[in-house]
Design a protein around this ligand. Sequence first.
Ligand code: PLP
Length: 393
Amino acid sequence: MQEFDFDDLHPDTLAIRAGTTRSEFGEHSDAMYLTSSFCVGSAEEASLKFTNQIPGFIYSRFTNPTVSAFEARLAALEGGERAIATASGMAAILALGMAHLKAGDHVVASSGLFGATIQLFNAYFMKFGVEVSYASPTDPAAWQAAAKPNTRLFFLETPSNPLTDVADIAAIADIAHANGALLAVDNCFCTPILQQPLKLGADLVVHSATKYLDGQGRVLGGAVVGSKELIEPVYLFLRTAGPSLSPFNAWVILKGMETLPIRMRAHCENALKLAQWLESRPEIERVYYPGLPSHPQHALAQKQQHGGGGIVSFEVKGGREAAWALVDRVQLLSRTANLGDVRSTITHPASTTHGRVSPEARAAAGIREGLIRISVGLENIDDLIADLARGLA
Ligand SMILES: *Cc1c(COP(=O)(O)O)cnc(C)c1O
């Protein structure tokens, strides 16, 4: 049972303490409940639990104590009433759509979304009669212009992947509500440590827990966070359809979250130093990092976020050839598309994360051939700079 009232505690404390429940053994660190189902004491108890008349665990597709602990910890950090865990970040976005959209509805989505999210909207949501239009994350007026009488959802990612465009969450939330729509924010890049969209007016937050929440590149996971009313239909979809989080993955992510606040501060510090160094290099055309004064939404990022985050993107002079040469020459940075890891990673978005997106959609999203994305990890910054200097030489 939870022993404290968590309302007045700081994020550093919530990341370690919120959601912890103890069994009769009094284990100090969260136990892992690797079980697919749960026993009951009587036929009557089974009936009461299955019909929701009494609370309790039934089957791990519905709920599991380790998964519930992760959900409670994330909800506390985001300032939401309830979180629901999913098998991955994409499963969270799918579950959100299945719960809150129907054929004939319209979605306004940011033009700077994660590649698989665009693919999910265009190849699948549209197949089931949901219409999707795109608006620039940096132009709130474009969201108003894109809204229609049947608009049900605004979907936003900020900072965007990979260009780190910063969207004004409060302004876009107001426009969503004025049009009778919900605003969902993918908070994967900032995590609740750097940004709390619900407090800025968003209705729902989605996460890829695969990234910073785990933080060590081990498991996949995701979540949707919001009010009890908006999360219940997401839970009912998961319970029925099954893209639920495994208790093992929930336990790994729970352990990762204990160091989330301290890791996020360190990611921000390293990323800012790297962005400043890149900006001073003649081989680099342009650096995208919200913590730099040269970033077009620097002032907004300073107001809305507690730090620039751990993702730095930049354009090397010389297009794809120069970008691929850099990717091939680094020795320390990992050549992988994953992000949010303690290990720094380097990616060429145009040919990987956004490789399945059509060239027109890619151009519209501003993903150019010379673009490189770095997820800045927690290695010593001088070693990272030396590796990139070698790559650029
Ligand atoms: C990785 C990512 C996702 C998808 O998450 P998975 O856990 O890989 O399914 C969604 N949004 C953003 C911003 C991401 O970086």
